[in-house]
Ligand binder design. Structure first.
Ligand code: GDP
Length: 298
């Protein structure tokens, strides 16, 4: 991931290496190159504009003397600003004071939500928690079955309507799952909700009804990083329709450009909390802005 952006930025920085001091014209030229690199990486325009303006302002104000040469100074500024747009500090999961902690997942069909539910459950189980996965996606015929398979692979329990019980009411299932979790001593409930191929009102309403029924501690918006700029518009639609506290980026392994990762925080004001980087349950971790910035500038 981020290959093109990394390469572009590396060449921008290497052209500065021979300079003893940076003139305003050097800084302007560098900022133009950075702007192109970010746009090519599919970063949203308002994000690019803000980013470049901040780099320019800081580069102009940078002290000439000091431990870093001008090229190193620019690299440091870009690194700091990348960390900033990626969210600054790592945002950790907030646990409820009184268990169970309720985490609700929302996102489009195909975003990798069900896979993510399993990954998150396993990640939490590995830390000593006892998560319960809840199948509140009763839209797709085999969604419940798929979540059960994922739960089994993750070694966690699943709460789902009995097969053959008709279509069922996802809001009721979600509500009942919380009582079930209390009885069975699950300290975390992960509610998987239905996704559609596109945004629609009914999807949003159902997700909002489930949210109201389970009052989640965290609503996580799951989005496929490979959809690039569309990730931003989808995020905005979910923000308006359901609201969310954090973002999970999936399929980062297939995303060569990185536009979604670099835009979504800035545009929605919500942090990226987790990243998914493959189809296996282990291909998942908490999202660390500093590590990601380091990888881009590696
Ligand atoms: P849902 O419809 O949102 O529940 O999406 P699924 O969990 O069924 O995932 C859709 C497809 O994306 C499946 O083929 C998954 O194996 C695949 N997938 C999910 N997460 C990742 C990821 O991080 N990387 C890659 N390469 N594929 C993924």
């Amino acid at each position: 991931m981020f290959e093109t952006l990394s390469d572009r930025l590396t060449s921008v920085f290497s052209s500065l290496r021979s300079k003893g001091r940076l003139s305003d014209a050097d800084i302007d030229a560098t900022c133009r190159e950075i702007r192109i690199a970010l746009l090519e990486a599919d970063v949203a325009l308002p994000v690019v504009k803000d980013f470049v303006a901040r780099v320019k302002e800081r580069a102009r104000g940078a002290e000439v003397s000091g431990a870093l040469n001008p090229a190193q100074q620019v690299v440091k500024i870009v690194n700091d600003e990348l960390i900033e747009i990626l969210g600054g500090e790592t945002r950790r999961l907030r646990y409820a004071k009184t268990p169970p902690t309720v985490v609700m997942l929302a996102g489009l069909q195909g975003s990798g939500k069900t896979t993510l539910a399993g990954k998150l459950a396993k990640w939490l189980r590995d830390q000593g928690h006892a998560p319960l996965l809840v199948a509140a996606d009763l839209q797709r015929p085999n969604a419940v079955q798929q979540l059960s398979v994922v739960a089994e692979r993750a070694g966690v329990a699943v709460y789902a309507p009995e097969p053959g019980n008709g279509v069922g009411d996802p809001v009721a299932v979600a509500r009942q799952s919380i009582d079930h979790a209390r009885r069975q001593q699950h300290d975390i409930v992960i509610v998987d909700t239905a996704g559609r191929l596109g945004i629609d009102q009914e999807l949003m309403r159902q997700a909002a009804d489930i949210r109201d029924a389970v009052t989640p501690d965290e609503v996580l918006f799951v989005v496929d990083a490979m959809i690039g700029q569309d990730a931003v518009s989808t995020a905005q639609a979910f923000m308006d329709g359901v609201g969310f506290d954090g973002v999970v980026l999936t399929k980062l392994d297939g995303d060569a450009r990185g536009g979604a990762a670099l835009s979504v925080r800035h545009v929605t004001g919500r942090p990226i909390m987790f990243a998914s980087t493959g189809e296996k349950l282990e291909d998942f971790d908490a999202f660390h802005p500093d590590r990601m910035a380091g990888r881009i500038l590696d």
